[in-house]
Every structure is written in structure tokens, then in C-alpha cells.
Design a protein around this ligand. Structure first.
Ligand code: 4AD
Ligand code: MG
Length: 476
């Protein structure tokens, strides 16, 4: 039976006869194979006795080839590893033409790897990123499970635009070349699959609210889709979101829940991904050293992660944040692309990053935004100007979490929906939550890829999801 490399390295059982399967990372001097099987960032060194090995076989041991190796585990003479496998038999399971193999044992640019996303799992960097991504997903489920939440599968196809932002991908099986029309000349959705206009969900929140009204505490964790044409390093058209929703909870409980989740996930990664994070830490350090001093991140990766576990996040109101931004040097010197003029303006990522990276130098939770710039379902505060919204802003990322206490008063909610031009008759099911046993409740959305970006130190969101969907790009 073959063993996985992480188990072999952990056991260090010198003298045992073992078998292993993996892919060749490098083959040096016809003698040393670095073999990796994805179970760990570390390779197993295989020592080949080239006097005893047929030349035809040696030629087939090329970068990318899949091998099955049998041999004896020995203490290593060389530096860099404690044990190595002295090969007695090597079987090539799958050859790899070294001339054509795209993942050469040299440093490739991230752009090149993105274009070859089907192959990038085989690099040290991307296998590390995706192992960390896995552990973060486990951490999310553990956190909520330990707190007594129920995992809810929100639908992916929906007829409601939860965020009211109208950035949805339509789902239809109508023939787009020949659309059925009504007498008025409009598309006849009655003939569409669902007999109405349907789309991919931008958020599972509204359905989570329904479930929270019976289950108390729920969370969703699934793919969400937004057809926003923002070609940035922080936006995807398909991304994964975690959305808890809790009955009888206010905005303060919501902030505690979110801060607790982020800290738990980061600590979980530190505990479960030490080797991968060490590699990512060193990689980022090298990258940072190539930048001009003033653009460098003030903290190396692992220090930054620990900092975000150990320190309280700064909580302040939108109004106080505007005060800080109005009077800050970049605003006064006209350095912001979008100058801050006063209460009411939407914060851009340059402002969020100033608050987090320059002013407070730690994660920030902003609450009580002007009601006009936030979604219809957020609870109107006593001042009638702001809503009980909260955004968590992270260094290098900007908005990590967006959430709120929900408007539980039926009359206020209906009035808000009218102001936001949301057709009430299509949302009767949602309004029922406010008609029967309504209560103060709250929730938030955490962008999973943004969390993975922060923890891995990757700068582009396309590099933390296996296959990125962005405007004009749907490869693989
Ligand atoms: O702030 P958003 O739009 O909030 C909602 O969707 C609410 N329904 C959440 C809730 O209260 N249940 O999105 C939440 C988070 C953002 O803070 C961001 O981290 C992430 O989702 N996000 C994106 N991530 C990647 N690509 C995009 N296009 C994203 N849009 C939002
Ligand atoms: Mg938001």
C-alpha cells in the first residue's frame, strides 16, 4: 500500500519498506527526484541508483511525470530533508513530455499561471493556496457548528434580487435567437422554464432570514453570482459567500459574531496550515522587498495574521469615519480620486484603505451608514438618517464583511421597499416574516475569497479560486 508524503515525513520511520505515488517536481543529476503528491508542500526526495537503472527508464523520469516508487526509507545524507526514499523499483504511471510540459521548474508569472489554471495546482504556490482554502472552509463550518448554527442550502436559481442592485445573470431555456413575445411585444416569460424571469442568486440572505425565523441560527455557504462589470483584483462574477442569519440578535451581536468568525478562521489556518503559511510568508516577503519602501506592507504575513487574531477591531460610526477622512492629509491635498465632501458620500476602497492601513492600522468595523447608500432591508436608526449596517474593513483587502440588523417593522420595511422601487407583490413571502412573529434579527455576508486572499497574502482574487469567472473570461 502506498503512503502519502505528509505521513511519510511525519513518521520518519527509517528502515521501513514503503511505496509512494506522486508527480516529479525535479530530477537532478539522474539521481535525485523531488516527488510531490499534494498532501503537503514538502517533497519527498527519491534517490535513484543510476548504475542499476535502465537508461530508457531514467529518460522517462521528467518534470510532471506520475510515478509509483517502491523502496526503503533512509536517513538523508543531504541537507534539506531528514529522510529520503532509496528507490528499488520505479514505475512510470504517466509520462510527461518535458518539452511541452507548461509548468517548468522555474518561477512563472501569476498571469501565465492564471492562463494555465488547469495546470497550476501542480505548483508549490497554488497547491499551498488551495490547501489553505480547504482548511478555511472547514473552519467556517466548525465555528458555526460549535455555536449551534444550522447549515442552510440557499437556492442558486432565484426570482428575487436580494441586494436590489440589479446585477444578475439571467437563467433561461428560451431560445435567445427566437424569443416568444407577448401581444405588447415584450418577452413572454410565461413560456420560460419557471414561467417567470429567473436569475442566479446574488445572495442567500433573504432565504436565510426565512429559515432563521424557525431555526433561530442558520448560515449559508455557497456560490453567489454578480454581473457587475468591475474588473478589479477583488471582484469575481462567481464567488463564495458565507451568510449567517440570527433571530433575536442586534447589530452589536452581529459585529461580535463576525469578528469572532474572522479570528477563529485565521487562528485555524495558523494551527492547521503552518508549513503552507510559512511558504506563503516567505514568498510575500520576497515580493514586498521588490517594492518601493512606502508601498510595502508594514507587517510580514504571519505577523499580520497573528495581529488580526490578537487585537480588537476598531469600531466606529460612518459619521466619525467621515470626520477623520474630511480632515486627513490625502483629502486636504486632493490625493483621493473621490474627494470626501461630507456625510452621505459612499466610501471608496481608497478611503477604506486609508482608515485601516494608515489611520487605525488594524481591522475596522464601520456602523450606521446613511440609509440611501445601503440595501433596503437594513434597519432604520432612531435618527431616521442612518441604518444599522456594519462593514468590516481589512488591510490590503478593503471590505471583507457586509452586514446589518434587519428592518423588522413591517410598515417601515414596506415604505423602504417602495422608496427603493422593489415590487411588493413579488416579495409577499419575505414580508410574511414581519407579519408573523417578527423580531429584531441580524446577519452578514463574508466574501470567502477575500478571506482566502487575506490569509494567503495573494493580491489577486483570481488566484485564490480554482477557476475564476470575471468579465470576458470563463475558461476551463
Ligand atoms: O456587501 P454584500 O453585497 O452583502 C450582501 O450580499 C448581504 N446580503 C450580506 C448579508 O448581510 N447577508 O456582500 C458581502 C461580502 C462583501 O463584503 C465582500 O466580501 C463579498 O461579499 N463580495 C464579493 N467578493 C468577491 N467578488 C464580488 N463581486 C463580491 N461582492 C461582494
Ligand atoms: Mg457590501
Amino acid at each position: 500500500m502506498s503512503l502519502e508524503i505528509n505521513a511519510i515525513l511525519a513518521s520518519g520511520a527509517v528502515g521501513s519498506e514503503i511505496e509512494v505515488k506522486g508527480w516529479v517536481r525535479t530530477f537532478r543529476n539522474n539521481q535525485f527526484i523531488s516527488l510531490n503528491d499534494g498532501s503537503t508542500i514538502h517533497n519527498l526526495q527519491i534517490v535513484v541508483d543510476f548504475n542499476q537503472t535502465e537508461e530508457a527508464l531514467l529518460k522517462r523520469i521528467t518534470t510532471g511525470a506520475a510515478l509509483h516508487v517502491k523502496g526503503e526509507l533512509k536517513a538523508s545524507q543531504g541537507s534539506g530533508q531528514k529522510v529520503e526514499l532509496s528507490a528499488k523499483e520505479i514505475i512510470v504511471l504517466g509520462d510527461s513530455d518535458p518539452e511541452k510540459y507548461p509548468m517548468q521548474p522555474k518561477k512563472h508569472s501569476l498571469e501565465f499561471l492564471r492562463e494555465n489554471a488547469h495546470m497550476r495546482f501542480r505548483t508549490q504556490l497554488f497547491s499551498a493556496v488551495f490547501r489553505v482554502r480547504h482548511h478555511l472552509a472547514m473552519a467556517i463550518h466548525k465555528y458555526f457548528d460549535e455555536k449551534g448554527f444550522f447549515y442552510l442550502h440557499a437556492p442558486i436559481v432565484t426570482a428575487s434580487d436580494a441586494e436590489g442592485a440589479g446585477e444578475m445573470f439571467q437563467v433561461t431555456n428560451l431560445n435567445l435567437e427566437n424569443l416568444p413575445k407577448t401581444e405588447q411585444g415584450q418577452v413572454d416569460y410565461n413560456q420560460d422554464f419557471f414561467a417567470k424571469k429567473a436569475s442566479l442568486s446574488v445572495s442567500g440572505q433573504l432565504q436565510a432570514e426565512l429559515a432563521a425565523m424557525g431555526l433561530g441560527k442558520v448560515y449559508t455557504f455557497g456560490p453567489t453570482f454578480r454581473a457587475e462589470n468591475s474588473n478589479t483584483a477583488r471582484h469575481l462574477a462567481e464567488f463564495w459567500m458565507i451568510e449567517p442569519e440570527v433571530a433575536f440578535m442586534d447589530i452589536h451581536g452581529d459585529m461580535d459574531l463576525a469578528e469572532g468568525l474572522l479570528k477563529y478562521c485565521i487562528q485555524y489556518a495558523l494551527d492547521h496550515c503552518a508549513d503552507d503559511l510559512q511558504f506563503l510568508h516567505e514568498r510575500l516577503d520576497t515580493e514586498e522587498k521588490q517594492k518601493p519602501q512606502q508601498e510595502r506592507s508594514p507587517m510580514p504575513l504571519i505577523d499580520k495574521l497573528k495581529f488580526c487574531v490578537e487585537n480588537e477591531y476598531q469600531r466606529l460610526t460612518y459619521t466619525d469615519a467621515i470626520e477623520i477622512l474630511l480632515n486627513c492629509a490625502p483629502n486636504k491635498k486632493g490625493k483621493f480620486q473621490f474627494p470626501i465632501t461630507g456625510f452621505g458620500v459612499d466610501l471608496q476602497s481608497e478611503h477604506e484603505r486609508y482608515l485601516v492601513e494608515k489611520h487605525f492600522q488594524k481591522p475596522v468595523i464601520l456602523i450606521n451608514y446613511p440609509k440611501e447608500i445601503k440595501a433596503f432591508y437594513m434597519r432604520v436608526n432612531e435618527d431616521n438618517k442612518t441604518v444599522a449596517a456594519m462593514d468590516i474593513l481589512f488591510p490590503g483587502i478593503g471590505e471583507m464583511v457586509g452586514g446589518s440588523q434587519r428592518e423588522e417593522r413591517l410598515d417601515v420595511l414596506m415604505k423602504k421597499m417602495e422608496e427603493f422601487h422593489i415590487p411588493l407583490h413579488e416579495m409577499e413571502w419575505y414580508l410574511d416574516t414581519r407579519r408573523f412573529g417578527t423580531n429584531p434579527h441580524a446577519g452578514f455576508g463574508l466574501g470567502f475569497e477575500r478571506l482566502v486572499m487575506f490569509v494567503t497574502g495573494m493580491n489577486n482574487i483570481r488566484d485564490v479560486i480554482p477557476f475564476a469567472r470575471t468579465p470576458r473570461n470563463c475558461e476551463f
